[in-house]
Design a protein around this ligand. Structure first.
Ligand SMILES: [Zn+2]
Length: 107
């Protein structure tokens, strides 16, 4: 039975199997990041004014991580729902076994 998952997904299920992280996220990883980003933003507050964060999150590549670490890095950018609409950013990177989402920080 075909499950339609990318072959890299199975590394997550095989204990003890580890490959170096790829230089770019897979389509499945981007789908997961998009789904998790909105939920993650809704559970955190702005570091400047403590207002809730908007669930509308833009995903953009990090500027320098690929050259420095040989792997990918994405920024999750959103604004707070306070009247100043402070920008808040979180970093997503591939971890040893799963995606690693950093906390949103005001910029
Ligand atoms: Zn704010």
């Amino acid at each position: 039975m075909e499950w339609g998952l990318a072959s890299g997904v199975w590394n997550l299920w095989a204990p003890g199997v580890w490959e170096p992280p790829p230089a770019a996220p897979t389509e499945l990883e981007i789908d997961i990041i998009e789904a998790v980003a909105a939920t993650l933003a809704q559970t955190q507050v702005c570091g400047e004014c403590a207002a809730r964060l908007s669930r509308h999150v833009r995903i953009v590549p990090c500027a320098s991580s690929a050259a420095a670490t040989g792997t990918w890095c994405l920024l999750l950018a959103t604004g707070c729902l306070g009247w100043r609409h402070h920008g808040n950013i979180a970093v997503v990177t591939p971890g040893p076994a799963d995606l690693e989402f950093g906390p949103f920080r005001s910029r």
